[in-house]
Design a protein around this ligand. Structure first.
Ligand code: NAD
Ligand code: WQD
Length: 341
């Protein structure tokens, strides 16, 4: 039986597909390529030496999704498909609510129709909003502060209701902290459209000469050096968390949230220094105003994931920087770069 991976052509999806295939799982990928390239899936095939089916569909399209379930014997779903840019979600909220909520509703309806009730869902630490409790535990109050985050919070609530109505479902709600890094091959990585929103893609584009300097959003936070602190996690560690979550939904019928983070916070300046040290590249920067909505500090308490999923992050900041840089250096224009490592 196969694992259906929605959004499997994206950043975290491709890395998870690699780990699934390397672990002998059969996968089917669906993605509408709204924020990804088909080439990413060719690279997954190249890394693993394995093939899989790909359907270019929108998961909100019931007919196309039903066809995927009719044509394949699906055991469980890992659901990455969604829009994820916080700033954009403030500008076009309806697009986010429509895509993320409708997509997930359609997916769950079709899963139910075919009796597939094992689901691993990509949630986000963003559901915690501006909580004071550090490190953050899964039982912290949820209070997302932007439309993107609210789509994740609403989906979590919807999945809790779905489970309450039918406890034969088994659902893992994975709350990712800040995924960075790339596969060690340098063949797959994060490929943002236009100017990156997130710190590491921005730093690596400065390093490769595409952007002149980094803007650090504020150095007057109540943190050690005044810059924001986050829990950065290597995308391969994150991908492996999905394999553990898959085992979890295979062996239980519950709905549970899990933090996927390292439990360690790094400030923006510490990340810049780590990147410079790991890559030998100088990163010029200028401190500018705080970015509205940014928390000072955010890092996970990952103990529940260790206890119940037997998962913990293994890769350190140096590896995250080295791998980010290898990907960026060999693919300065992302998947449109011709050169292969
Ligand atoms: P990504 O944009 O690289 O991947 C998402 C994929 O979903 C893309 O390939 C996109 O084309 C596809 N997609 C979007 N809407 C779709 C639809 N309606 N039908 C079919 N395909 C659709 O993002 P990512 O970083 O890989 O994130 C994966 C998931 O994890 C997302 O749900 C995101 O919200 C969540 N998440 C990401 C982060 C992060 O920092 N990257 C952090 C927390 C949570
Ligand atoms: C990290 C730190 C910035 C860019 C976001 C989403 C969250 C989740 C992960 C999906 C902060 C600072 C950043 C820059 C900077 N995604 N920074 N200059 O904001 O923690 O989380 O991605 O679910 O929902 O909100 O990540 O990488 O944008 O920022 O100084 O150019 O770097 O202020 O302190 P964030 P980020």
């Amino acid at each position: 039986m196969a694992i259906l991976v929605t959004g499997g052509a994206g950043y975290i999806g491709t890395h998870t597909c690699v780990e699934l295939l390397n672990n002998g799982e059969e996968i089917i990928v669906v993605d509408n390529l709204s924020n990804s390239k088909k080439e990413a899936l060719n690279r997954v095939r190249l890394i693993t030496g394995k093939d899989f089916k790909f359907y270019q569909i929108n998961i909100s399209d019931r007919k196309s999704l039903t066809n995927v379930f009719e044509e394949n014997d699906i055991e469980a779903v890992i659901h990455f498909a969604g829009l994820k840019a916080v700033g954009e979600s403030v500008v076009v909220p309806l697009r986010y609510y429509d895509n993320n909520l409708t997509g997930t509703i359609r997916l769950c309806e079709v899963m139910r129709e075919f009796g597939v009730k094992k689901l691993v869902f990509s949630s986000s630490a963003t559901v915690y909003g501006q909580t004071e409790q550090m490190p953050i535990k899964e039982d912290a109050t949820l209070s997302a502060t932007n439309p993107y985050g609210r789509t994740k919070q609403m989906i979590e609530e919807m999945l809790l209701d779905l489970y309450a109505s039918d406890p034969s479902w088994s659902i893992a709600l994975l709350r990712y902290f800040n995924p960075i890094g790339a596969h060690g091959s340098g063949l797959i990585g994060e490929d943002p459209n236009g100017i990156p929103n997130n710190l590491l893609p921005y730093i690596s584009q400065v390093a490769v000469g595409k952007i002149r300097q980094l803007h650090i959003f504020g150095n007057d936070y109540p943190t050690g050096d005044g810059t924001g602190v986050r829990d950065y996690i290597h995308v391969t560690d994150l991908a492996n968390g999905h394999l553990r979550a898959l085992e979890f939904v295979r062996s239980s019928t519950v709905v549970e949230p899990f933090n996927l983070g390292t439990g360690q916070g790094y400030s923006v300046l510490e990340v810049v220094q780590a990147f410079e040290k790991a890559t030998g590249k100088h990163i010029p920067y200028r401190v500018v105003e705080r970015r509205p909505g940014d928390a000072a500090v955010c890092y996970a308490n990952p103990k529940k994931s260790l206890k119940q999923l037997a998962w913990q992050a293994k890769k350190n900041m140096e590896q995250m920087c080295v791998d980010t840089w290898r990907w960026q250096q060999h693919n300065p224009n992302g998947y449109e770069s011709k050169q292969l490592v």
